[in-house]
Design a protein around this ligand. Sequence first.
Ligand SMILES: *[C@@H]1O[C@H](CO)[C@@H](O)[C@H](O)[C@H]1NC(C)=O
Length: 149
Amino acid sequence: MDCRVMCVVLLSFLVCAYAEHVKYVDCGSQEGKVLDVDIHPCPQQPCQLHKGQSYTVNVTFRSDVGSQTSKAVVHGVIAGVPIPFPIPIEDGCKCGIQCPIQENKVYSYVNQLPVKNEYPAFKLVVEWELRDDLSKDLFCIKFPVQIVN
Ligand SMILES: *[C@@H]1O[C@H](CO)[C@@H](O)[C@H](O)[C@H]1NC(C)=O
Protein backbone atom coordinates (compact mmCIF):
# COMPACT_ATOMS: atom_id res chain seq x y z
CA MET A 1 0.00 0.00 0.00
CA ASP A 2 1.14 3.51 -0.78
CA CYS A 3 2.47 5.29 2.30
CA ARG A 4 0.07 8.21 1.96
CA VAL A 5 -2.90 5.89 1.65
CA MET A 6 -1.68 4.12 4.75
CA CYS A 7 -1.51 7.45 6.56
CA VAL A 8 -5.08 8.36 5.64
CA VAL A 9 -6.32 4.95 6.71
CA LEU A 10 -4.49 5.21 10.03
CA LEU A 11 -5.70 8.75 10.62
CA SER A 12 -9.33 7.94 9.96
CA PHE A 13 -9.00 4.94 12.26
CA LEU A 14 -7.63 7.19 15.01
CA VAL A 15 -10.44 9.69 14.57
CA CYS A 16 -13.00 6.90 14.75
CA ALA A 17 -11.38 5.39 17.82
CA TYR A 18 -11.52 8.73 19.58
CA ALA A 19 -15.26 9.36 19.49
CA GLU A 20 -17.91 6.73 19.00
CA HIS A 21 -21.25 7.67 17.56
CA VAL A 22 -23.68 5.89 19.77
CA LYS A 23 -27.05 4.56 18.77
CA TYR A 24 -29.61 6.32 20.90
CA VAL A 25 -33.34 6.78 21.18
CA ASP A 26 -34.87 10.21 21.55
CA CYS A 27 -37.13 10.10 24.61
CA GLY A 28 -38.93 13.38 24.05
CA SER A 29 -36.66 16.33 23.27
CA GLN A 30 -39.40 18.97 23.46
CA GLU A 31 -37.29 22.10 23.08
CA GLY A 32 -34.46 20.92 20.84
CA LYS A 33 -33.20 18.42 18.31
CA VAL A 34 -30.42 15.91 19.01
CA LEU A 35 -27.84 15.79 16.21
CA ASP A 36 -25.19 13.42 17.56
CA VAL A 37 -24.28 11.41 20.65
CA ASP A 38 -20.69 10.33 21.31
CA ILE A 39 -19.36 8.29 24.18
CA HIS A 40 -15.66 7.85 24.75
CA PRO A 41 -14.27 5.27 25.08
CA CYS A 42 -16.87 2.92 23.62
CA PRO A 43 -15.24 0.62 21.05
CA GLN A 44 -18.28 -1.65 20.83
CA GLN A 45 -21.99 -1.21 21.36
CA PRO A 46 -23.77 -1.37 23.68
CA CYS A 47 -21.03 0.57 25.49
CA GLN A 48 -19.26 -1.47 28.14
CA LEU A 49 -18.71 0.64 31.22
CA HIS A 50 -15.97 -0.64 33.48
CA LYS A 51 -16.39 -0.08 37.20
CA GLY A 52 -14.13 2.60 38.62
CA GLN A 53 -13.76 4.34 35.27
CA SER A 54 -15.24 7.48 33.88
CA TYR A 55 -16.72 8.01 30.42
CA THR A 56 -17.16 11.14 28.38
CA VAL A 57 -20.61 11.76 27.00
CA ASN A 58 -20.94 14.36 24.25
CA VAL A 59 -24.42 15.27 23.05
CA THR A 60 -24.65 17.70 20.16
CA PHE A 61 -28.06 19.31 19.84
CA ARG A 62 -29.82 22.33 18.43
CA SER A 63 -31.91 24.36 20.84
CA ASP A 64 -35.33 25.52 19.67
CA VAL A 65 -35.62 27.97 22.58
CA GLY A 66 -33.61 30.46 24.56
CA SER A 67 -32.78 29.58 28.16
CA GLN A 68 -30.70 31.16 30.91
CA THR A 69 -30.00 27.83 32.59
CA SER A 70 -29.71 24.15 31.84
CA LYS A 71 -29.78 21.28 34.26
CA ALA A 72 -28.94 17.65 33.57
CA VAL A 73 -31.00 14.82 35.01
CA VAL A 74 -29.69 11.28 34.57
CA HIS A 75 -31.46 8.01 35.31
CA GLY A 76 -30.44 4.40 34.96
CA VAL A 77 -33.42 2.37 33.84
CA ILE A 78 -33.29 -1.18 35.17
CA ALA A 79 -36.15 -3.50 34.21
CA GLY A 80 -38.23 -0.46 33.27
CA VAL A 81 -37.68 1.34 36.58
CA PRO A 82 -35.79 4.66 36.42
CA ILE A 83 -33.26 5.08 39.23
CA PRO A 84 -31.52 8.45 39.74
CA PHE A 85 -27.92 8.31 38.56
CA PRO A 86 -25.81 11.03 40.21
CA ILE A 87 -23.40 12.94 38.01
CA PRO A 88 -20.69 15.27 39.38
CA ILE A 89 -21.86 18.39 37.55
CA GLU A 90 -25.59 18.96 37.02
CA ASP A 91 -25.20 22.44 35.57
CA GLY A 92 -25.17 22.12 31.77
CA CYS A 93 -23.77 25.65 31.53
CA LYS A 94 -20.55 24.26 33.05
CA CYS A 95 -20.43 21.39 30.55
CA GLY A 96 -19.41 22.95 27.30
CA ILE A 97 -22.58 25.01 26.84
CA GLN A 98 -22.24 28.76 26.77
CA CYS A 99 -25.26 30.19 28.57
CA PRO A 100 -27.63 31.85 28.02
CA ILE A 101 -28.67 29.28 25.45
CA GLN A 102 -29.86 30.88 22.24
CA GLU A 103 -32.66 29.76 19.98
CA ASN A 104 -31.57 27.82 16.88
CA LYS A 105 -27.96 27.48 17.97
CA VAL A 106 -26.06 24.19 18.03
CA TYR A 107 -24.37 23.18 21.29
CA SER A 108 -22.20 20.28 22.39
CA TYR A 109 -22.94 19.19 25.92
CA VAL A 110 -19.92 17.32 27.31
CA ASN A 111 -19.93 15.60 30.69
CA GLN A 112 -18.44 12.68 32.56
CA LEU A 113 -20.28 9.52 33.50
CA PRO A 114 -18.48 8.02 36.51
CA VAL A 115 -19.08 4.30 37.05
CA LYS A 116 -18.85 3.50 40.73
CA ASN A 117 -17.46 0.21 42.02
CA GLU A 118 -20.64 -0.50 43.98
CA TYR A 119 -22.82 -0.55 40.87
CA PRO A 120 -24.01 -4.03 39.95
CA ALA A 121 -22.62 -5.63 36.80
CA PHE A 122 -25.78 -5.14 34.80
CA LYS A 123 -27.26 -4.23 31.49
CA LEU A 124 -29.28 -1.07 31.73
CA VAL A 125 -30.52 1.90 29.79
CA VAL A 126 -29.14 5.35 30.58
CA GLU A 127 -31.66 8.16 30.22
CA TRP A 128 -30.05 11.59 30.01
CA GLU A 129 -32.10 14.77 30.00
CA LEU A 130 -31.05 18.38 29.85
CA ARG A 131 -33.77 20.71 31.13
CA ASP A 132 -34.25 24.40 30.38
CA ASP A 133 -35.59 27.28 32.53
CA LEU A 134 -39.09 25.84 32.34
CA SER A 135 -37.92 22.31 33.21
CA LYS A 136 -38.69 21.17 29.67
CA ASP A 137 -36.24 18.91 27.87
CA LEU A 138 -33.71 20.53 25.55
CA PHE A 139 -32.82 16.95 24.90
CA CYS A 140 -33.73 13.56 26.23
CA ILE A 141 -31.77 10.56 25.02
CA LYS A 142 -31.66 6.91 25.96
CA PHE A 143 -28.87 4.48 25.21
CA PRO A 144 -28.13 0.97 26.43
CA VAL A 145 -24.96 0.23 28.39
CA GLN A 146 -23.45 -2.75 30.10
CA ILE A 147 -21.65 -2.33 33.41
CA VAL A 148 -18.75 -4.76 33.65
CA ASN A 149 -16.23 -5.63 36.33
C1 LIG B 1 -18.61 16.75 20.58
O1 LIG B 1 -19.18 16.29 19.37
C2 LIG B 1 -19.20 17.27 18.34
C3 LIG B 1 -19.95 16.67 17.14
O2 LIG B 1 -19.51 15.38 16.82
C4 LIG B 1 -17.76 17.67 18.00
O3 LIG B 1 -17.78 18.67 17.01
C5 LIG B 1 -17.09 18.20 19.26
O4 LIG B 1 -15.74 18.50 18.98
C6 LIG B 1 -17.16 17.18 20.38
N1 LIG B 1 -16.61 17.77 21.59
C7 LIG B 1 -15.75 17.10 22.38
C8 LIG B 1 -15.22 17.84 23.57
O5 LIG B 1 -15.39 15.96 22.16
